[in-house]
Design a protein around this ligand. Structure first.
Ligand code: SF4
Length: 335
């Protein structure tokens, strides 16, 4: 066993690790020892390739069908216009009473703080989101503060993005101070892919900043495949757990990535061994450019029933869809 100290996420500065990310398809393919014909590659200037070295290290070299590679590799299939696939697949824009604040569900609001991410997932439902309206430089703008003050029924703020942990500790600290001015907000949920794809981000300094929040913290990881969990990010996740915070995971069901019950069962066990509860299994949001990841309803239900037969109830994620206009995530009933 490799001693944890060797794999301490804090041995390297997260910003320099981020700076080593892959930005060019050719560089990533070279690194992974994979050849891909030009006509198979997608050109997506608004949403280019971005992959951390940590994530790239987990891709099986020489395997063009690797499930981690397929999540981040821009393909020509993205360029196809498919009926029913939209820019705002989950209705965020209709639910923004104040620029940069999404209020869809009772008791909670979501702040898509930044468009920046450490990796660009090709199925991302916010790949077309107008982040210019959403960005915060730390302290919340007056209009958001007034909205939070007016809505005393709110209990929870969800930090999202992009990836909220791409913000510096200083900006996050300003944000926490703003939230602490609203004593009715007792829960702060942080949705972040960095927790698994850039574990160096989980530092004592970051946890100090977040723990200044006057309430409970909940971390939501976004892990789609068991190969995404390995010793380095397990150490980072363990640190969060040891600080006493709840960890949940959401997974998106993706064709050729995780559309096998055995894969999802293995993911659930691996999450649990990393102190994370499998929370949601999302069907694909119908965002333009993602149709090649879609799975039919029939196959989804067959897969979920098989998964149900393999897992104890506490490891079975809830199968849900995000349907615009609904008051909560919609459970998919498979009969
Ligand atoms: S990390 Fe999240 S917000 Fe960023 S591209 Fe991936 S799914 Fe989208």
């Amino acid at each position: 066993m490799i001693p944890e100290s060797v794999f301490s996420p804090q041995t390297r500065d997260w910003k320099s690790c981020l700076g080593e990310s892959f930005r060019r398809v050719a560089d990533l393919l070279d690194y992974c020892n994979i050849e891909l014909a030009d006509e198979m590659q997608g050109r997506s200037p608004d949403f280019p390739l971005r992959v951390t070295r940590h994530y790239a290290d987990l891709i099986e070299k020489g395997n063009a069908s690797d499930p981690l590679l397929l999540q981040v590799l821009p393909l020509a299939a993205e360029m196809q216009q498919v009926a029913g696939y939209q820019q705002d697949a989950v209705g965020d824009l209709q639910a923004m009473p104040v620029a940069g604040l999404v209020h869809k569900y009772h008791g909670r609001v979501l702040l898509p703080l930044t468009g920046a991410c450490a990796i660009h997932c090709r199925y991302c439902f916010r790949r077309h989101f107008p982040y210019r309206d959403a960005m915060t430089n730390g302290a919340l703008p007056e209009a958001m503060m007034q909205y939070l003050a007016r809505h005393q029924e709110l209990r929870e703020v969800i930090l999202s993005g992009g990836d909220p942990l791409m913000l510096s500790d200083e900006k996050l600290s300003g944000l926490i101070q703003s939230l602490n001015q609203h004593p009715h907000i007792r829960l702060l949920r942080i949705h972040s892919r960095l927790l698994s794809v850039l574990p160096q981000r989980i530092t004592d300094g970051l946890l100090d900043v977040l723990e200044a929040f006057d309430g409970q913290l909940v971390f939501v990881t976004h892990i789609n495949h068991p190969n995404e969990i390995e010793p380095l990010n397990q150490a980072a996740l363990r640190k969060i757990h040891q600080h006493g915070h709840q960890l949940l995971n959401q997974t998106v069901l993706l064709r050729q990535v995780n559309d096998q019950a055995n894969t999802l069962a293995s993911l659930s066990y691996k999450l649990f061994h990393s102190h994370i509860l499998p929370y949601y299994l999302h069907t694909l949001d119908k965002v333009q450019g993602s149709a090649h990841f879609a799975i039919s309803t029939g196959k989804t239900c067959r897969l979920y029933k098989e998964l149900q037969s393999q897992l104890p109830g506490y490891l079975l994620p809830r199968l849900v869809s995000d349907i615009p206009g609904k008051l909560a995530k919609t459970p998919m009933h498979c009969g």
